[in-house]
Design a protein around this ligand. Structure first.
Ligand SMILES: Cc1cc2nc3c(=O)[nH]c(=O)nc-3n(C[C@H](O)[C@H](O)[C@H](O)COP(=O)(O)OP(=O)(O)OC[C@H]3O[C@@H](n4cnc5c(N)ncnc54)[C@H](O)[C@@H]3O)c2cc1C
Length: 375
């Protein structure tokens, strides 16, 4: 295998010694580890193609890898296979404020897109909590979402075009620069296909304008079920919060320990609800949300002072997820493995079910992922 890949890649782009391949032995699902036979780090599209063709000819399995932040073991190597790292494809090729699109390589970090778009008053909406590290190629493979996806959609709603190669090394393109493409809608098939249908090398993403204002409120509940039911009531009232996140008491304590955001540590559960838009829209929506939450039994509602984007209440859980290591394996990230299709319904019951079946003490809830998940 190494000989075959040596013919198509420079020596520095191939790793096969134990100490070099060990860093690739798992993704975020660290319970399972397996060193690959070889790690290939191509730098050009033709090298990606050549690696795939060589592996196909030798019938060697290939596992694409972005940043390895996946929590489902998707990037875990095959012991007799090649791990194909897209780490070198980290360039933003084009950013067009007029069409509000960006063309980026598959290994570009999610957050890097918003950072590049910020001077134009734009950002890339899907914001997995791993966005500081995870790549757009991984996001496409996993149809990743985040706190703001309830309002702004998942990866599948924010990508126009994907370019890449099939496992045989055939060049493929899905979608178009426009909102629709002729023929079958294979873009939706590729997004969320766990990297099984193509290796993504280039993605055209939509950018959205940064809202004038974003504000978050924290509602406290004395019962987890009430907080879960409140989510359903907010949605039923016709409100689509820009962000919605729920944490139970143990998780709130764990997060507060780490970030000191000022969460209510006495509550059985807290709901963080964000509204964005013009100042008038935000004021009106926060008012309506507060009414619904009070009706649903919120024991207290605390607001945040006005500020620009990057809401403290909602950003903190995101920032501190990596810091929750000491709480593993008792940390359960809801939404990533749950395909409930109705926002909020049965949610509180689910939490208790998990506690019973998994012994997890601290479910952390990415409500938008749950609310919009259709897979
Ligand atoms: C702290 C933390 C918080 C997280 N929060 C969220 C969250 O809020 N929402 C969410 O949806 N996920 C979340 N995740 C999971 C993970 O970050 C996402 O699934 C992310 O999209 C994975 O991207 P990656 O670049 O790390 O991909 P990897 O982990 O490297 O790979 C994931 C899968 O995609 C495939 N793949 C990767 N790159 C390519 C490519 N270029 N072409 C084809 N296939 C490819 C791999 O083969 C694998 O199957 C979180 C993970 C962590 C560790």
């Amino acid at each position: 295998m190494v000989q075959a890949l040596n013919a198509v890649l420079p020596a520095h782009a191939l790793l096969w010694n134990r100490e070099d391949t060990t860093p690739y032995e798992c993704d975020g699902l660290t319970a399972y580890r397996q060193r690959p036979l070889v790690v290939a780090l191509p730098e050009t599209y033709s090298e990606v193609q050549a690696v795939l063709k060589a592996c196909h000819a030798l019938e060697v399995p290939v596992v694409a890898r972005g940043a390895g932040t996946g929590l489902s073991g998707g990037a875990m190597p095959h012991k007799l296979g090649v791990t194909l790292s897209l780490a070198k494809f980290n360039k933003i090729l084009k950013l067009d404020p007029a069409s509000r699109t960006a063309v980026v390589q598959g290994g570009v970090r999610n957050l890097a897109i918003s950072e590049a778009a910020a001077p134009h008053g734009l950002y890339y909406a899907p914001d997995p909590s791993s966005q500081i590290a995870c790549t757009i190629g991984g996001n496409v493979a996993e149809n990743s979402g985040g706190v703001h996806c309830l309002k702004y959609g998942l990866t599948v709603h924010n990508v126009l075009k994907v370019k890449g190669f099939t496992i045989e090394g055939e060049e493929v393109e899905f979608g178009s620069d426009a909102l629709d493409a002729a023929g079958y809608d294979l873009l939706s098939l590729i997004i969320g296909s766990e990297g099984m249908l193509a290796v993504t090398t280039e993605v055209t993403v939509k950018l959205v304008p940064q809202p004038l204002l974003a504000r978050c409120i924290m509602a406290s509940f004395d019962d987890l079920r009430k907080a879960g039911d409140a989510v359903a009531s907010v949605i039923a009232a016709g409100i689509i919060p820009a962000g919605l996140e729920m944490m139970d008491k143990p998780m709130t304590a764990a997060v507060e320990d780490f970030v000191h955001a000022g969460y209510d540590l006495t509550a059985a559960a807290i709901l963080l609800c964000e509204s964005d838009g013009t100042p008038e829209e935000v004021e009106e929506e926060i008012g309506r949300m507060s009414e619904v939450l009070t009706r649903c039994g919120a024991t207290a509602i605390a607001g945040e002072p006005e500020r620009s984007r990057a809401p403290a209440f909602l950003e903190w859980p995101k920032k501190c997820v990596p810091g929750l290591g000491p709480h593993q394996p008792r940390l359960h990230v809801h939404g990533l493995d749950h395909s409930a299709q109705t926002p909020g319904r049965h949610f509180a019951g689910d939490c208790r079910g998990w506690k019973r079946s998994t012994g997890c003490a601290a479910p952390m809830c990415f409500m938008p992922a749950m609310a919009t998940c259709t897979r």
